[in-house]
Write a protein of this length. Structure first.
Length: 185
């Protein structure tokens, strides 16, 4: 019998000062059985940093051909592809053919060695690459509860998170910028 995902309900009061976007989000997050809380929360942060109409979570780890987060136009064209973790350059090269905006958010202990190895392969790809601080992500994951009310403020690529049981800040380092619309973070 296959393990089922764990479901989390998250209410977020979002203030993205960098993009002047303010929102109230009601998210239902499915944590895949093989997914860590750290990865799940990196997905939540990436979602918040790119929040706007039509941005949504995909089936994630259950659908390897899809990104973790995407946005589709009204005529169902893909216009934003977001991967969480340390994807292979070939996967991202394919993503750049499918979507005009591609982003990667790396977050874990092996992030620095992954980037050192893959950086040259990403150099000529139209992709933005970011890195969440691993210790910050671990602190954030320690705040996870099945039902959460979060206040998230984004300013100067630092994400400030306040929950009932604590608070933390997560820095987001830009490893590779691309020329993209200001609508995206």
């Amino acid at each position: 019998m296959a393990l089922k995902p764990t479901i989390y309900k998250i209410k977020i009061s979002l203030s993205d000062i960098d993009t002047n976007h303010y929102d109230s989000l009601d998210l239902t997050i499915a944590q895949h059985p093989s997914e860590s809380r750290e990865r799940m929360m990196a997905r939540v942060l990436a979602f918040c940093m790119n929040a706007r109409e039509n941005v949504s979570f995909t089936k994630g780890l259950s659908a390897v051909e899809e990104p973790d987060i995407w946005s589709r136009t009204l005529d169902d064209r893909l216009d934003l592809w977001i991967d969480i973790g340390e994807p292979a350059a070939d996967r991202i090269k394919k993503a750049t053919r499918l979507s005009p905006v591609v982003k990667v958010y790396s977050f874990n202990l092996k992030s620095n060695s992954w980037w050192a190895k893959e950086q040259a392969k990403f150099k000529n790809l139209k992709v933005s690459v970011f890195q969440f601080d691993w210790k910050n992500i671990q602190t954030l994951a320690a705040l996870v509860q099945r039902t959460m009310d979060l206040s998230i403020t984004i300013s100067d690529n630092i994400v400030y998170v306040s929950a009932k049981n604590g608070e933390c800040e997560v820095s987001c380092l830009t490893l590779q910028p691309t020329a993209v619309s200001q609508e995206y973070h």
